[in-house]
Design a protein around this ligand. Structure first.
Ligand SMILES: Cc1cc2nc3c(=O)[nH]c(=O)nc-3n(C[C@H](O)[C@H](O)[C@H](O)COP(=O)(O)OP(=O)(O)OC[C@H]3O[C@@H](n4cnc5c(N)ncnc54)[C@H](O)[C@@H]3O)c2cc1C
Length: 126
């Protein structure tokens, strides 16, 4: 994670001070269970948009992608002049489907069942 922050900030590799204590905690509650299958919802007639982690998963990454998608979608709608609102309606009539993913969450980097079990074991042991 420090390496990622260094890269994002353009800092030299290994320049950030390493923490003296770290702990991994997976959040296993309040997980979204179903989604309309779209990264955001937009109703041009009602002038309302919805974004949030639950549309894509249950992580900050999902929340960020959903928010950026809605922002881009609204920008595209306004740039179109708003003459064809029906073309920009998204997620309004979709049937909700179960959200695919692991019941412990969808944190990036924990793709396989083994890795999740290891993380759970660590959580219980610590
Ligand atoms: C304990 C915990 C640990 C987590 N750890 C991680 C982690 O390590 N990594 C990770 O990627 N994700 C983690 N998550 C998940 C992450 O926090 C969420 O995925 C993310 O915050 C969702 O962002 P959001 O903007 O979709 O929703 P939220 O952050 O829930 O934002 C919704 C906002 O809407 C406001 N609101 C609600 N109703 C109304 C209303 N009627 N009127 C006005 N405002 C309203 C709320 O007050 C809130 O500010 C964790 C979550 C929890 C609870």
């Amino acid at each position: 994670m420090l390496g990622g922050v260094e890269a994002a900030l353009g800092l030299p590799k290994g320049s950030l001070t390493k923490p003296f204590y770290t702990r991994v905690q997976l959040w296993g509650a309040a997980l979204p269970t179903n989604t309309p299958g779209t990264p955001c919802i937009f109703d041009p007639h009602g002038r309302a948009g919805i974004c949030g982690d639950w549309l894509l998963g249950s992580s900050l990454e999902s929340a960020a992608i959903s928010g950026m998608t809605l922002a881009n979608h609204i920008a595209d709608y306004f740039q179109s002049g708003g003459a064809r609102p029906e073309e920009f309606a998204i997620g309004l009539n979709n049937e909700f489907q179960p959200l695919e993913g692991h019941d412990i969450g969808q944190f990036p980097g924990l793709e396989s069942e083994n890795e999740i079990n290891e993380a759970q074991a660590y959580q219980l042991a610590s």
